[in-house]
Design a protein around this ligand. Structure first.
Ligand code: ZN
Length: 272
């Protein structure tokens, strides 16, 4: 209510003692439609309920990471955002933006140095072009667990060019051993030479037609002794690309060896 209206009875009472007519209150003003709410500012660390996206920018950084995530069979928000975005922020001193919806991907990706890709959900054609252009212009990428699968059968270029192959099956969730085969590489620096994980052992197969890869670590089935690449870099002519098949859930994402691997991978991918 207009504050003037609250004062009017008081004013009227004052004037009543002076022999003057009381002031007649003006008619109520027409109620006005509420103004359209201004766009809500993006608040760091706050979840966007409409999209599931979250912005966890923390530190002033010269390294900007875009985490592209979401899909099926995994708790993307918990492990690839809450856990990994915070870890990347802290360990690599990077700014991380996280998205599970891709309307803004073609614009957003240009503001970042590295993509951390865990998505296994459908990707529209503009987003596909944007991802390929990003890599072709020398920007780095870390491709993690769900994204190392053959997710997009109508987009074979992704697996051939960016992963160097793909995965169509895995061992039942359980324990296995990861062995670092190349201890000299920056991605495996400071990792234990072998470490045990509880995860899905991906049966990754390199594609002979795809971009060649350099396997840095293997995963071994403890019963059969069968080994598969677990960590590798893709010999892309323009960009630094790291692929990691580990990371189904918290058993790996909370493993200190994985923290070191994540930090190393993001920093190496960022190098031109
Ligand atoms: Zn999984």
């Amino acid at each position: 209510m207009n504050p003037r209206i609250l004062l009017l009875p008081l004013v009227a009472a004052l004037f009543a003692g002076c022999g003057k007519d009381p002031v007649t209150p003006p008619p109520e003003e027409k109620p006005q439609l509420p103004k359209k709410a201004a766009a809500k500012p993006r608040i760091e660390g706050e979840n966007d309920k409409s999209t599931g996206d979250r912005y966890v920018t923390q530190r002033a950084a010269n390294l900007n990471v875009l985490s592209i995530s979401g899909g099926t069979s995994h708790d993307f928000s918990k492990w690839f955002n809450d856990n990994d975005s915070a870890g990347i922020c802290f360990m690599a001193k990077a700014k991380v933006d996280y998205m599970e919806s891709f309307q803004t991907l073609p614009d957003e990706i240009l503001k970042h140095d590295v993509v951390y890709l865990s998505a296994n959900q459908p990707l529209d054609s503009l987003s596909r072009v944007a991802l390929m252009s990003f890599v072709d212009t020398g920007h780095g990428m870390v491709i993690i667990h769900p994204a190392c699968w053959y997710n997009w059968l109508d987009w074979p270029e992704f697996n051939q060019r960016l992963v160097g192959g793909g995965t169509k099956s895995h061992d039942k969730y359980g324990d296995f051993v990861v062995t670092v085969e190349n201890t000299e590489h920056a991605v495996t620096k400071d990792l234990p030479t072998s470490f045990r994980v509880t995860d899905e052992l991906y049966h990754f197969e390199p594609d002979p037609q795809g971009t060649p890869i350099n396997v840095l670590a293997t995963a071994k089935n403890l019963k059969t002794g069968e080994k598969f690449p677990a960590i590798w870099v893709v010999k892309h002519p323009k960009a630094h690309i790291v692929c990691i098949t580990l990371g189904h859930d918290g058993a790996t994402h909370e493993n200190p060896a994985f923290h070191t691997l994540l930090k190393n991978s993001i920093l190496w991918a960022a190098a031109k």
